[in-house]
Design a protein around this ligand. Structure first.
Ligand code: FAD
Ligand code: NAP
Length: 510
């Protein structure tokens, strides 16, 4: 719900049309696109009915605003009058009404916790939820006394710090042995240090205003067998620190990842290169004082201001080329992030991205995603089914498979496109297949030119049966699939029909 109506459609036949996980996007009326909404919010019209006044809303009052033409919803403690937004919501009015007169935070987090609703709905802000008077603990019924009950999820990490003459080390004890360098994101801005460590589906935050100045460059190391993360800062002056600093917002908190917002940092556009007639390779540079590595198969959100409103869209980082191979992450990671992005001339976000000049900035979020590399363990045959830019998550999976999977016998990419001109990195794919005999690719076109003598059509039982051949009768197999949502849904359905189990399939979705 409250999904930014980036797709103020679907137009019939548009590949962007059906949302994932059973959520439908409802066709919007003429004049109800995101652009139309932005225009309305900038028109100066009173959208809350309160003439700009902000009020404190009690639970009782919230409950009374539960009708389409008088609908208030609370998200993360703030209350919005969403009635004016009803017709612009791509998930439809009914979806929005599920939280009418209530706290919609969980519903919102479930669907799109990354959506920048603060920016989208700022003209609909009614006020803040009133704080309930504290009830002395002894007076609560037993079932509500929760702080003595064991909390679900992993046990809380802790941290400590120590110093030498020239450095300060913050040690995070995660109590988990599955920690790696991509589990930690560190941003240092002036004296503010923000370090987020992902532990299973939880996030542990160190957020401190440091007591003394440090240099821009720092290092992060992970001691896997004890689950410890060290952030080593270099002092500007060789003096002894009496304390690490002051706690900032949510310092030392350990909460489910779904309840945290995304953190952003501004990255500079370093280069932009044509890959096909409509797809470009963008290279962004992370700030020098950021440590961020995107796990394989995960994506980030890019944020830009479009006519005054912040628009956010997901993109999947790729390696700079298919032929550069895979490198294990090291403690001073590559400062560059590459993206293959298709520009839709009438899209909302990509034309704006395409207009950026070298040196301009775009905000990049912390990574998201549910792909687990452990699924590839012991896999012998890997099948990658991609359509259009659905190729992007396959890039790093493919690099990883060919470099780091000793069990691997074969990788096959089945790549669906409209025409030959749409095939991303065709030449590199062919070179890679020539270089590594385990890899092979099949291009399937839905609207080929008369000269095309390869395969044509859409994802179908016949094509899949022809190409999904195991190298050995009982070889261990894994399949990844990504593309327009209806393509991915249909592909997964057909794979089930071919007796592949859920454990053998990963569908990339939002
Ligand atoms: P939109 O505004 O969303 O428009 C897209 C298309 O829909 C256009 O053809 C547009 O004409 C049409 N459309 C829009 N509004 C209407 C309307 N009212 N009526 C009819 N048609 C309409 N993309 C990449 O290129 N590279 C990636 O690495 C990548 N990774 C992704 C990762 C994830 C997890 C997900 C979910 C998506 C990813 N995408 C990627 C897609 C990306 O997020 C955007 O959806 C895409 O860039 C289009 O954005 P846009 O705002 O420019 O276009
Ligand atoms: P496209 O060029 O429009 O389509 C690529 C191929 O897929 C074409 O052959 C097309 O056939 C076919 N196709 C489209 N819809 C289909 C359907 N319903 N059933 C079967 N085949 C279908 O694709 P694109 O513009 O690059 O779009 C790529 C999509 O991938 C976007 O929706 C993007 O959001 C998504 N994506 C998702 C992730 C992720 O979730 N992690 C990552 C990257 C991209 P036709 O000629 O018939 O259209």
């Amino acid at each position: 719900m409250l999904n930014v109506p980036s797709q103020a459609f679907p137009a019939p036949g548009s590949q962007q049309r059906v949302a994932s996980q059973g959520r439908s996007k409802v066709p919007l009326k003429q004049g109800r696109s995101l652009m139309d909404w932005i225009r309305l919010t900038k028109s100066g019209k009173d959208l809350t009915g309160l003439k700009g006044r902000l009020i404190e809303v009690t639970e009782e009052e919230l409950k009374t605003h539960n009708k389409k033409d008088d609908c208030w919803i609370c998200i993360r403690g703030l209350v919005y009058n969403v009635s004016p937004y009803m017709e612009y919501h791509p998930g439809g009015e009914d979806e929005l009404m599920r939280a009418a007169g209530a706290d919609g935070t969980d519903l919102f987090n479930e669907v799109h916790r990354w959506v920048n609703y603060e920016s989208m709905l700022k003209e609909c802000l009614v006020g803040r939820m009133a704080v309930k008077p504290a009830v002395p603990k002894g007076m609560l019924p037993k079932s509500q006394v929760t702080d003595t009950l064991p909390r679900e999820g992993p046990s809380s990490p802790s941290y400590d710090w120590f110093q030498t003459e020239s450095s300060v080390t913050i040690a995070i004890y995660t109590k988990q042995k599955t920690i790696s360098l991509d589990s930690v994101i560190v941003d240092l801005q002036g004296d503010s240090l923000r370090a987020e460590t992902f532990i299973k589906d939880h996030s542990y935050l160190i957020h401190i205003g440091l007591s003394h100045e440090v240099q821009e460059n720092f290092s992060v190391r992970v001691i896997e067998n004890v689950g410890k993360v060290d952030i080593v800062l270099q002092k500007r002056e060789n003096i002894s620190w009496k304390c690490l600093g002051e706690p900032l917002e949510k310092h030392d908190s350990f909460i489910p990842k779904k309840d945290t917002g995304l953190s952003y940092r501004r990255c500079q556009l370093i280069s932009k290169e044509d890959v096909t007639h409509d797809t470009r390779l963008f290279c962004l540079m992370l700030p020098p004082s950021t440590h961020l590595q995107v796990p394989i198969g995960h994506h980030v959100y890019l944020k830009l201001s479009v006519t005054g409103a912040e628009i956010v869209k997901p993109y999947t980082p790729v390696s700079a080329s298919l032929l550069s191979g895979f490198r294990e992450p090291v403690s001073s990671p590559n400062k560059y992030i590459y993206f293959l992005i298709k520009i839709y001339p009438d899209g909302l976000f990509t034309p704006e991205l395409d207009r950026l000049q070298i040196g301009d900035c775009v905000s990049v979020s912390s990574p998201e995603g549910d792909f687990k590399l452990s699924k590839l363990q012991e896999v012998e045959d890997l099948f990658l089914l991609a359509a259009g830019t659905g190729f992007t998550p396959m890039v790093n999976v493919l690099n990883y498979a060919l470099t780091c999977m000793p069990s691997l016998r074969k990788v096959k990419l089945i790549f669906f496109n409209k025409t030959e001109d749409d095939i991303i990195w065709r030449c590199q794919l062919e070179k890679l297949a020539f270089k590594d005999k385990r890899f092979d690719t099949e291009f399937i076109l839905s609207a080929p030119s008369p000269e095309w003598n390869g395969k044509q059509g859409h994802v179908s039982p016949a094509l899949l049966s022809e190409f999904l051949q195991r190298s050995l009768e009982n070889s261990r197999v894994f399949l990844c699939i990504c593309g327009p949502t209806p393509f991915t849904d249909e592909g997964i359905r057909l794979l089930h029909d071919l007796n592949f189990s859920n454990d053998e399939i990963h569908g990339f979705t939002a």
